[in-house]
Write a protein that binds this ligand. Structure first.
Ligand code: PLP
Length: 363
C-alpha cells in the first residue's frame, strides 16, 4: 500500500488495514465462500432481458424505495413479512454498514463473538464505533448463558451474531438469539443483528431468527444473495426487521443506492429462487464430505452448518496454503494458527482439493 502518512487521514483510521482476502486467478477458488456453481442458462436469459429493459430508462434515477424488489424479498422469506419490513443494499456488508451508521457512533460499542466475520470491526471503525470481540467457548461454540454474561459485562449498544458463524461454521441456536436480545435490552436497550449470510446451508427445517421478529423491534436479521444464491457479483444483501428499523436506515442510506440494473438483476434472480438455490443440497453434501474426509486424514474439522469448513491440525497453515496454491487451489488462511478454511465447491472441485491436500500432507 502507498504511504498514507502523507494524508490528513482521520487519526482513528491510521494504521488500519482494509479487508483483504487475496483475489487471485486460479483454476479452483474455494476461498470466499461463493457458490461455485454456474447460474442456470434460463435464469441468465431472464436476467439479461430484465437488464435490457432497465437500460431503456437509465437516464432516470431508479425507484429509491425499490418497492418491487422488497415485495419479492418479502414473498421469498415468507413468515408473513411485508415490504415495509424489508430493506436491501449493495451486499449485506452495506446493510451492516447502514445499521452501524444509524445505531452506532462515537461513545457506542459493538460486540461480536470472535473469531467472527472480519468486516464487523472494519465497519465499526468506519463510524467511530468501538468494537469488541467477546470470546467463544470450547470449539467456538456459544451458549445462551455465555452470551448473556458477556453482554451484561460489556454493555454493548450493538450485538452482532453471525449464524452460522464465519469463519468457524458454528451454528447458533434461537435460544442464544433470545438470550442476547433480553440481555441487551436490560443492559443498554441496544440492538441485536443476526447475520444469516449462510442460513440456507443449515439442515432443512432449521428455524431462522426471522421467526423471533414479532414483538422484538430492536432485532434485525440480515441475509445475502452472495452465497447460496450464487449471485456474489451482483452485490445484493437484504434485511428483515421491524418497519421502524427500515425507517431508521432510510436516514443514513444514500439516495438511489440500489441501481436500476441491480434491482432488475435481483428481481430476476428471485423470480427463479428455486432454481438458483437448486445446488444448495449438493453443496451441503460436499461440506459434510469435507468434514468426514478431513477427519479421516487426521485433521480436526469444526462442525459447520455453512458452505465452508474450518479445520485445525496443520503444522504450518501458511506453508500448506501456499502448497495448495501452487497446485491451483486457493483456500483461506483466516489467521487462526494451525487452521485453514475451505469452501465446499462442486463435487469435482472438492475432490481436487482433498486429493491435493493429501499430497501436500504426505510431503
Ligand atoms: C459473505 C458474508 C457476508 C455477505 O457479504 P455481501 O456483502 O452480502 O457479499 C455477510 N456476512 C458474513 C458473515 C459473510 O461471510
Amino acid at each position: 500500500m502507498s504511504n498514507l502518512d502523507k494524508l490528513p487521514l482521520r487519526d482513528d483510521l491510521k494504521g488500519r488495514r482494509p479487508y483483504g482476502a487475496p483475489q487471485l486467478e486460479v483454476p479452483i477458488a474455494l476461498n470466499v465462500n461463493e457458490n461455485t456453481h454456474r447460474i442456470p442458462r434460463a435464469v441468465i436469459e431472464d436476467i439479461f432481458s430484465r437488464i435490457a429493459h432497465a437500460t431503456l430508462q437509465l437516464n432516470r434515477y431508479p425507484d429509491r424505495e425499490f418497492i418491487k424488489l422488497r415485495e419479492a424479498f418479502a414473498t421469498y422469506l415468507g413468515h408473513g413479512l411485508t415490504a415495509e419490513q424489508i430493506w436491501a443494499a449493495n451486499g449485506s456488508n452495506e446493510i451492516l454498514q447502514q445499521i452501524v451508521q444509524a445505531f452506532g457512533g462515537r461513545g457506542r460499542l459493538a460486540l461480536g463473538f470472535g473469531p467472527t466475520y472480519s468486516m464487523y470491526s472494519i465497519i465499526a471503525s468506519g463510524f467511530e464505533t468501538a468494537y469488541l470481540d467477546a470470546p467463544r467457548l470450547d470449539r467456538y461454540e456459544l451458549t445462551p448463558e455465555h452470551i448473556r454474561q458477556q453482554i451484561l459485562e460489556h454493555k454493548p449498544n450493538i450485538v452482532l451474531l453471525c449464524s452460522p458463524n464465519n469463519p468457524t461454521g458454528t451454528p447458533l441456536s434461537l435460544d442464544s438469539v433470545e438470550a442476547a436480545y433480553e440481555a441487551v435490552s436490560e443492559a443498554t436497550g441496544g440492538i441485536v443483528v443476526v447475520d444469516e449470510a449462510y442460513a440456507e446451508f443449515a439442515p432443512a427445517n432449521t428455524p431462522s431468527a426471522i421467526t423471533l421478529l414479532p414483538g422484538r423491534e430492536r432485532l434485525m436479521v440480515s441475509r445475502t444473495m452472495s452465497k447460496a444464491f450464487a449471485f456474489a457479483g451482483a452485490r445484493v444483501g437484504y434485511l428483515a426487521a421491524d418497519a421502524s428499523v427500515v425507517d431508521a436506515l432510510r436516514l443514513v442510506r444514500l439516495p438511489y443506492h440500489l441501481s436500476a440494473l441491480t434491482q432488475a438483476a435481483a428481481e430476476g434472480a428471485l423470480a427463479h429462487a428455486a432454481s438458483m438455490l437448486a445446488t444448495v443440497d449438493d453443496i451441503r453434501v460436499q461440506r459434510d464430505r469435507l468434514v468426514a474426509e478431513l477427519a479421516s486424514m487426521g485433521l480436526d474439522p469444526y462442525r459447520s452448518e455453512a458452505n465452508f469448513v474450518l479445520f485445525a491440525g496443520l503444522q504450518d497453515s501458511a506453508a500448506t496454503w501456499q502448497s495448495l496454491l501452487d497446485r491451483g487451489i486457493l483456500v483461506r488462511n483466516v489467521g487462526i494458527p494451525g487452521t485453514l478454511r475451505v469452501t465446499a465447491g462442486t463435487e469435482s472441485e472438492t475432490s481436487q482439493f482433498l486429493s491435493s491436500l493429501r499430497e501436500v500432507l504426505a510431503g
